[in-house]
Design a protein around this ligand. Structure first.
Ligand code: SF4
Length: 332
């Protein structure tokens, strides 16, 4: 791994078999993630953006080893974790944590916040009772919730407060990497902004790397240093955030940018006008030949439906998977 990298994925694939009948005969496979490489730096945020069905949540689950990759390699720090046996996963959980979209379903409604926040410390045998109490009080303060909230239950909190608790539970173990899977999409816009600001403040303090999964480019624009755009299991564009917004290359990235809602004429001026997308993302069990995006691409040429575009560099730290930049195809 290069200096400063805290996590690296190399050519990671995750396929799920499709089976039929009592004998569960394999008749196909869902290629949810198909050859994705990325690198996350300490104290930085990498946005992973795509529609529902793009494979971004499966990628997140491979990164935290909820799923074992079908092939490819995953490193956390200097350790390869992709092939770790189940018996070693508990130690791994301390170093990489996940925050989910819906805090209501991820917090036990029967437990007090004190018990919810203390539980990871108990599971990992960290500190005695007093030490655990001190750390619960400290983490509540860091996520800006009053100390007496530790006696409350999740049902007595607002959605934003519940997400603060979910963040606190993830951070109490001081992980090196936090995977944030749509952490604000269940919240009102004003609450979203507060949670994003809180995540930024916490990151400055902890220097954890954030892998931020979202369908909404606008949400990560103020937070991510780099963005990966995913489509049907592949990374189709990767760039520093300002570059991606200022000079998007892939037609799919341009379509995502066009879909960002704007409030004022000034904001409209900041976002280039591109053609919006028609149709739905196809199933990962039935991936189109050639470029996966060609059935929906407004700039598709005949070669796009025949040949898979290579990944090419279009600038420093900027790659794109599209024939428009690869000079390929005999009929273009
Ligand atoms: Fe569109 Fe062709 Fe580029 Fe795919 S390779 S995004 S179909 S122009």
């Amino acid at each position: 791994m290069s200096g400063g990298a805290v996590m690296k994925l190399q050519a990671v694939c995750k396929y799920f078999p499709i089976t039929r009948g009592l004998l569960r005969v394999k008749v196909g496979e869902v290629r949810a993630v198909d050859g994705v490489s990325l690198e996350l730096r300490r104290g930085a945020t990498l946005g992973v953006v795509g529609e529902s069905g793009s494979g971004k949540t499966t990628l997140a689950k491979v990164a935290v080893r909820i799923y074992r990759p079908t092939s490819g390699r995953v490193w956390l720090g200097g350790q390869e974790i992709g092939a770790l046996p189940v018996s070693q996963l508990l130690a791994l959980r301390r170093r990489i944590q996940m925050v989910y979209q819906d805090p209501t379903s991820s917090l036990n409604p029967r437990h007090s916040l004190r018990r919810i926040l203390e539980e990871p410390l108990v599971v990992h045998r960290l500190g005695g009772r007093r030490e655990r109490e001190r750390r619960v009080a400290e983490i509540l303060e860091r996520v800006e919730l009053p100390a007496d909230f530790r006696f409350r239950h999740p049902s007595h909190l607002s959605g934003g407060q519940r997400q603060r608790v979910a963040i606190a539970r993830a951070l109490i173990l001081e992980p090196e990497v936090v995977v944030l899977d749509e952490p604000t999409s269940a919240l009102d816009v004003s609450v979203q902004a507060k949670i994003l600001a809180l995540l930024r403040r916490l990151q400055q303090r902890t220097q954890a790397g954030y892998l931020f999964i979202t369908h909404n480019l606008a949400v990560v624009s103020g937070m991510a240093t780099h963005i990966v755009v995913m489509y049907l299991g592949q990374a189709v564009e990767y760039a520093p955030t300002a570059e991606l917004f200022g000079r998007p290359r892939h037609p799919y990235t341009r379509a995502l940018l066009s879909a960002i809602p704007v409030l004022t004429a000034e904001e409209r001026g900041l976002i280039p006008e591109y053609r919006r997308l028609d149709g739905e993302i196809p199933s990962s069990a039935c991936i189109p030949r050639g470029c996966r995006f060609h059935p929906r691409c407004p700039e598709a040429h005949a070669c796009c439906s025949r040949e898979v575009p290579p990944e090419v560099a279009v600038g420093p730290d900027h790659t794109v998977r599209c024939w428009l930049y690869a000079g390929g195809g005999d009929d273009r």
